[in-house]
Design a protein around this ligand. Structure first.
Ligand code: MEV
Length: 309
C-alpha cells in the first residue's frame, strides 16, 4: 500500500494572466488530498468501479501512467471542488504519485509536469501553477525566464513557464469560499476569447503580470500595506476581465474593512476570495456573516508527501 498526499493552493497574484505566460505567485495551503493505492484484481475508486465522468482526473492520471495491473484507490480530500483552492491539481498530483510509486521512485519534477498534462487533458488550456505548487509546496513563483530558486520549466500552447521556489514569511490569510463551484476551463476560455478581441483585456493581463512582480518585491520587503493595495488592484483587473461574480462582491465587501487587501483567488466566477489581514478571526467571522465559508490559511506548507507504511 502507498499513501500520497498533496496540498491545495491559493494564488496571491497573477491568476488568468499566468495562462498567457505572465508572472504569478501561489502558496501551498494546509488543506490536502490523500490518495491510497493498493494492488487489486480490478480498478476501483472509493470502493466503486471507475466512473470516467465523476473521476475525470483519476482516469486521466491512470491513462497517463498506463499501468498494466489494477489498483484500488481511496481518495480523501479536504479541498472543496471548484473552490479556487486547487482541488483538481491536488488530486492529479497525489494520484499520479500513488500510481508511480507502485513502480518505483517518485520524482517531483516529473509528477509536476505529468499532473499539468492531466489538468490540461481534462480542463483544456491552463498554466502549470496549480500542479507545480501542489507538488513543490511552500511558495511557487512563475516567471518568463529562469531566475533564482529555479525548479523546472514547462512548455505548452506556445507558452514557456519557468517555475521557481520562493521563501514566504508566515502571513495570515483568510480564504472565503462562496460555496459556488466554478469550473476553471470555461473561465479560462472566456478570458482568452476576451483577450483575442480586446486591447483593454490584453493590457489588463500585462498589468496583472507587473503587479505580481511588485507584489513579490513588497513581500520580500515585508511591506504588507503595499501587498494589500496590489491585491486590491489585481482584484479590479480580474473583475475587468469578466471573472467576477455577485457572491464574490459580497465577500470582498464584507472582508475589505478588516483587511490590508482582498481579491479573487483562482479562476473566479464563484470559487473563493483571499484576504490578507491582521485580524484573521474577525475576517473569518465577516466572511461567515456574508454567507461564505472561511478557511484560515497558513502559508508555506509542504508539497507532495509519499508514504509506504
Ligand atoms: C486557476 O487556479 C488559475 C488559472 O490561472 C488557471 C490556470 O492557471 O491554469 C485561472
Amino acid at each position: 500500500m502507498v499513501a500520497c498526499s498533496a496540498p491545495g493552493k491559493v494564488i496571491l497574484f497573477g491568476e488568468h494572466a499566468v495562462v498567457f505566460g505572465e508572472p504569478a505567485l501561489a502558496i501551498a495551503i494546509n488543506l490536502r488530498t490523500t490518495v491510497r493505492a493498493e494492488p487489486a484484481t480490478d480498478w476501483a475508486v472509493n470502493g466503486r468501479p471507475i466512473d470516467s465522468e465523476r473521476h475525470r482526473y483519476v482516469r486521466a492520471a491512470m491513462d497517463a501512467v498506463g499501468l498494466p495491473s489494477p489498483f484500488h484507490l481511496t481518495v480523501e480530500s479536504e479541498i472543496p471542488e471548484g473552490s479556487g483552492m486547487g482541488s483538481s491539481a491536488a488530486i492529479s498530483v497525489s494520484t499520479l504519485a500513488a500510481l508511480h510509486s507502485a513502480r518505483g521512485d517518485v520524482r517531483p519534477e516529473s509528477i509536476a509536469l505529468e499532473a499539468f498534462g492531466v489538468e490540461h487533458a481534462v480542463q483544456g488550456r491552463a498554466s502549470p501553477i496549480d500542479t507545480s505548487t501542489s507538488t513543490h509546496g511552500e511558495a511557487v513563483l512563475v516567471l518568463r525566464e529562469r531566475g533564482t530558486g529555479f525548479l523546472w520549466r514547462v512548455d505548452k500552447d506556445d507558452v514557456s513557464w519557468f517555475l521557481h521556489h520562493r521563501d514566504m514569511p508566515a502571513i495570515d490569510l483568510v480564504v472565503g469560499y462562496t460555496g459556488l463551484d466554478a469550473p476553471t476551463g470555461p473561465l479560462v476560455d472566456k478570458v482568452r476569447a476576451f483577450a483575442e478581441r480586446s486591447e483593454a483585456a490584453r493590457e489588463a493581463i500585462k498589468e496583472i503580470g507587473r503587479i505580481t512582480l511588485s507584489g513579490v518585491d513588497a513581500i520580500k520587503g515585508e511591506d504588507w500595506e503595499a501587498v494589500g493595495k496590489l491585491m486590491n488592484r489585481n482584484h479590479e483587473l480580474l473583475n475587468a476581465l469578466g471573472v467576477g461574480h455577485h457572491l464574490i462582491d459580497r465577500l470582498i465587501e464584507a472582508v475589505r474593512p478588516l483587511s490590508l487587501g482582498a481579491k479573487i483567488t483562482g479562476a473566479g466566477g464563484g470559487g473563493s476570495v483571499i484576504a490578507l489581514t491582521e485580524d484573521p478571526a474577525s475576517a473569518a467571522r465577516a466572511i461567515e456573516r456574508a454567507g461564505g465559508k472561511p478557511y484560515k490559511i497558513k502559508s508555506g506548507g509542504p508539497g507532495l508527501e509519499v508514504s509506504k507504511p
